[in-house]
Design a binder for this molecule. Structure first.
Ligand code: ZN
Length: 368
């Protein structure tokens, strides 16, 4: 009888695996994550965006969509934080259904901690709740371009403000539930304002600990619901020692946070000018990592080669931490779509559209 049950279990397991494999692509063992990170479209461009998923991303073997939603959603929990004319729940359900049909996972993104302003514009959270501002003495209206005397790139919220998480976690929960996903991307790149000398809560504290504390708090919150955090990797790389500098790495002493955050956090390691080999660093620290190109097809293809090679040359413990490639688009989704569908030959061009087309071509070739 015991033997019979064992065989039965084996058969059930095989059937389950078979069912999973029915949806799997042969690419999954070569390069498991093939993502695109892009802003959510406007309501007006929804149809074109869905067409792009259906006709480009899905046949191009993309299987992850990181969608920068931020304030472009009609939040029921905090309607005061929604931009005018935002995506509705119905819009989000259409995106979710299209992605589900093609086995594309979704990670909606709200920029947490940093990126709370851009140039002269302060975004919804600090506009509505100015008390969360890490640097209230800096007025975005005085922004004069980069560099500037205030060191203003983007505003941050204060991670130690006692009321900030109640609000942002309500948004995170609502958005991930709307997209019916267990992935959430919190951005957290290029945080220049952290542990400010004038912040009564943060001044004098260790910036790595402040950064790690915020990452840990968000990951722990998500984990309670069986969800997982993704972040950009730049704050975890030592910009001085590596020579990678202040943007793609950290020059404000946050990098030691790499040893302080939960290993479940998925790292999106962006490098746009050179195929830096930092994915190895993250994998050796125990993190799942994807390398993120931008608009140089030549760099992106080298990064694909590197990722494949890292996997081939690693033992089983390390191999699966090298998760793949996540292409990034930083122009607005609407403008990007317009460029993408322009008829001009863009095979040698430096652009987001050209890079995606090259990646699609590469994935198609690799899947044969
Ligand atoms: Zn603070």
């Amino acid at each position: 009888m015991k033997h019979f049950i064992r065989i039965l279990c084996l058969l059930v397991c095989m059937a389950a695996t078979g069912m999973l494999k029915a949806n799997a692509s042969p690419l999954d063992s070569i390069i498991p994550t093939r993502g695109l990170a892009i802003a959510a479209p406007s309501v007006q461009k929804m149809d074109l965006f869905l067409k792009f998923i259906e006709e480009e991303l899905a046949p191009g073997h993309f299987n992850l969509l990181i969608l920068r939603v931020d304030w472009n959603y009609a939040y029921k929990s905090h309607p005061e934080l929604s931009d005018p004319n935002p995506l509705t729940l119905q819009d989000v359900k259409r995106i979710a259904a299209t992605c589900r049909k093609h086995n594309i996972r979704i990670a909606p993104q709200i920029n947490l901690l940093g990126h709370q302003s851009w140039a002269e514009t302060t975004y919804a959270l600090l506009r509505v709740y100015p008390e969360f501002d890490e640097t209230p003495h800096v007025d975005t209206k005085n922004y004069t371009g980069w560099p500037n005397p205030d060191g203003l790139y983007c505003k941050s919220y204060c991670p130690l403000h006692p009321d900030v998480h109640k609000i942002v976690f309500a948004l995170v929960d609502e958005l991930t539930d709307a997209f019916e996903t267990n992935l959430f991307h919190a951005g957290m790149d290029e945080v220049f304002y952290i542990g400010d000398d004038k912040c009564p809560r943060c001044n004098g504290r260790d910036k790595a600990e402040l950064y790690a504390g915020e990452v840990t708090k968000i990951q722990n919150h998500l984990a309670q619901q069986g969800k997982r955090l993704m972040i950009w990797g730049d704050r975890l790389i030592d910009g001085k020692t590596t020579g990678i500098g202040a943007w793609e790495a950290s020059m404000n002493n946050t990098y030691r946070a790499i040893d302080l955050i939960p290993k479940e956090v998925f790292i999106c390691d962006w490098h746009y000018e050179r195929p830096e080999q930092t994915a190895v660093y993250f994998a050796m620290k125990g993190f799942d990592v994807a390398t993120c190109p931008w608009r140089k097809p030549e760099v992106a293809l080298k990064q694909v080669d590197d990722m494949v090679r890292f996997r081939q040359n690693s033992g089983k413990q390390m191999r699966d931490r090298f998760q793949g490639i996540i292409e990034t688009v930083w122009s607005g989704a609407d403008g990007f779509l317009e460029n993408y569908y322009k008829p001009a030959d863009s095979s040698t061009e430096i652009s987001e559209a050209a890079t995606i087309k090259k990646l699609i071509e590469t994935y198609k070739t690799m899947s044969k």
